[in-house]
Ligand binder design. Structure first.
Ligand code: ADP
Ligand code: MG
Length: 593
């Protein structure tokens, strides 16, 4: 093919793809513009997850009538005037790309009035081309409405995520900017319903309550560090870390609840996220992550924000110092404000409230590896020696088709049941085994449509973040099929009316939260249905934990139920339920052969 310069239209559509990848990125750019314009109130209205409409209204500086069309040209910006100013960017925008990018792939209408102007102006564009411009009466500020995003880029349209996902990401963006700018009043609606609101009174704590609910916000510890190693006078090089972190007891299944801001910009940074996680070293169970909202403030010269068109990555002049400052600040907040208790020293809970048990998250901790080298765990394909000597065993012996006949010997570490079989001993992981048992029972009940549900007399209310609320709302019907009866109950609040009977001994709020947590884990293997995922989580929540002492009767009941399972050798997540140590292996260990 002949070499040609791309048409302006095509070139801007290609460039637009980098900035406006999805509806949520348009929301981000428009909100950033409103913040840069000095707004004190920002209202975001979204329809159909932003596909139909994204409207951002602010009471900021507004745009002069003679400049309004210019604002939609590529590389047109009022925020940068020289190469030098690029080295110390103080505004969220600076590339002059966003409005041009958004306009080139949608229908845009802007109404704006600058402080000085007596009347406002209304400009309509289609695919970046002006359709009309009129003078109109308007309050000071800017309203930008973006309709039919990606109408002229079918490829992009085809790859859009679900409306639910998009709503969730939009929730995340608006709530995060509300946290970074507590003095600005934010309001977000989805299809006419208020999803989030902040008061603009300047208190980050109040925004935290609006985002995470009062129960979680109350627990958050404040960080207040002034870079201990720097004298307060050398402000040019000081790094200030502030914000809030969760106590170790408030851990989550993923890193999604770690939010970072650098000089008021919400950024993604794996290293700083790691710095925060590491500050919790030994305080959290393996595979669990803290909650944190961390603001890093430093001289603008020390951070390069011009890394990527979406401006969500930054480069630090001295990354190690920033890493150290963040980690130290978080660690200090934890040490000062919580009694630090390394997990290794946790004492097991002594009583078991039946198989239900309580959802004691700290009990998820696994004791250290066995001091000696055990043979390979009995995975799904490993044959376990089947005994033949059932004849004259005492009555306490337990029989079974799938498993060898076993006699319960006792419990170690309040976590493992020891049994004796025809060929040596078995160590059964009580949590994994119980998970397997109730998983099979639950699956059978689901197949027969006989899942038992337990009504809550008073009901229980649960408050979620807007993003979590969006997720849960989309699954309410599916959850009803699994025994959860949940109803919307005010903004981001739900009323739990019933839970699966299996969870009757669990705190209903915690049970629903654990399901929400499961839903938050976006990256699931494709073949796994949402139902299967939720069922596994419910079983995990309902099962006996490590660290629970079991009575002899309870242990026998568990072993007997495990024998009845179709697949007794692994838990629903594929981990082994038991380890076999054969008579021959024991002899070898003792040097007898
Ligand atoms: P950038 O933010 O990088 O400058 P944009 O394309 O987002 O680029 O915006 C172009 C220009 O339009 C801005 O520099 C600003 O002058 C003006 N502008 C955009 N949105 C607003 C707004 N909400 N209020 C006032 N001015 C705005
Ligand atoms: Mg901008």
């Amino acid at each position: 093919m002949q070499i040609k310069v791309l048409s302006e239209q095509l070139a801007s559509q290609i460039a637009a793809g980098e900035v406006v990848e999805r509806p949520a990125s348009a929301v981000k750019e428009l909100v950033e513009n409103a913040i840069d314009a000095g707004a004190t109130t920002i209202n975001v209205d979204v329809r159909e997850g932003g596909r139909k409409l994204i409207q951002v209204a602010d009471d900021g500086d507004g745009i002069a009538a003679e400049e309004v069309e210019l604002a939609f040209l590529r590389h047109a910006t009022s925020k940068l005037d020289s190469a030098e100013s690029l080295t110390a960017i103080r505004t969220l925008g600076f590339r002059g790309e966003a409005l041009a990018a958004i306009a080139s792939v949608s229908h845009v209408t802007v109404v704006t009035r600058s402080r000085e102007a007596t009347t406002g102006v209304r400009l309509a564009l289609e695919g970046g081309h002006r359709r009309s411009q009129d003078n109109v009466g308007a309050p000071q500020g800017t309203v930008i409405a973006v309709e039919n995003l990606f109408y002229n880029t079918p490829a992009r349209l085809k790859f859009l995520k679900s409306i639910t996902t998009e709503k969730r990401v939009i929730d995340e963006i608006v709530t995060h900017y509300a946290l970074a700018y507590p003095q600005i009043r934010f309001r977000l609606t989805h299809d006419g319903r208020i999803s989030f609101q902040s008061s603009g009174n300047g208190s980050v704590r109040d925004v935290l309550v609006a985002v995470y609910g009062a129960d979680v916000a109350r627990l958050l510890l404040s960080i207040d560090d002034n870079d201990g190693h720097q004298p307060a006078t050398s402000s040019q090089s000081s790094i200030i870390v502030s914000g809030f972190v969760g106590p170790p007891s408030l851990h989550r299944a993923n890193r999604n609840q770690i939010t970072l801001f650098v000089n008021g910009r919400w950024i993604k940074d794996t290293r700083l996220t790691f710095a925060i996680v590491q500050a919790y070293h030994t305080l959290l169970p393996v595979g669990r992550y803290p909650m944190a909202v961390v603001f890093v403030t430093m001289a603008h010269e020390l951070v390069d924000v011009n890394v990527h068109p979406t401006k969500t990555e930054v480069r630090f002049r001295d990354g190690n110092r920033v890493f150290g400052a963040v980690q130290r600040a978080v660690r200090d907040a934890l040490v000062v404000q919580t009694p630090v208790r390394p997990f290794a020293q946790l004492t097991p809970t002594a009583n078991v409230a039946g198989w239900g048990g309580s959802l004691d998250r700290q009990a998820f901790v696994r004791p250290n590896q066995a001091p000696f080298d055990l043979p390979h765990p009995a995975g799904p394909d490993v044959e376990i020696g089947y005994g033949d000597s059932a004849e004259d065993e005492p009555a306490t012996l337990l029989g079974g088709k799938q498993l060898p006949i076993m006699r319960v010997v006792g419990q170690v570490g309040a976590s493992y049941i020891i049994t004796e079989g025809p060929d040596g001993l078995f160590l059964i992981d009580q949590h994994a085994a119980h998970e397997r048992i109730i998983y099979e029972q639950f699956m059978a009940a689901q197949a027969n449509h006989t899942i038992a549900s337990q009504g809550l007399v008073a009901g229980a209310t649960i408050q979620l973040t807007p993003a979590q609320a969006t997720l849960l709302e989309a699954q309410i019907e599916r959850l009803a099929g699994l025994g959860f009866q949940i109803e919307p109950f005010g903004p981001n609040t739900f009323m739990v009316r019933a839970i699966p009977a299996l969870l009757s001994r669990t705190d209903p709020v915690k049970a629903v939260l654990s399901v929400v947590e499961e839903l938050e884990q976006d990256a699931q293997p494709l073949q796994e249905t949402i139902e299967a995922q939720i069922i596994k989580r419910v079983c995990k929540t309902a099962s006996v934990k490590q660290g629970q002492t079991l009575s002899g009767q309870e242990m026998e009941a568990m072993v007997r139920q495990l024998e009845a399972c179709a697949n007794p050798h692994t838990c629903p997540h594929g981990r082994p339920t038991m380890i076999h140590l054969s008579v021959a292996q024991l002899a070898r260990e003792f040097g007898r052969m």
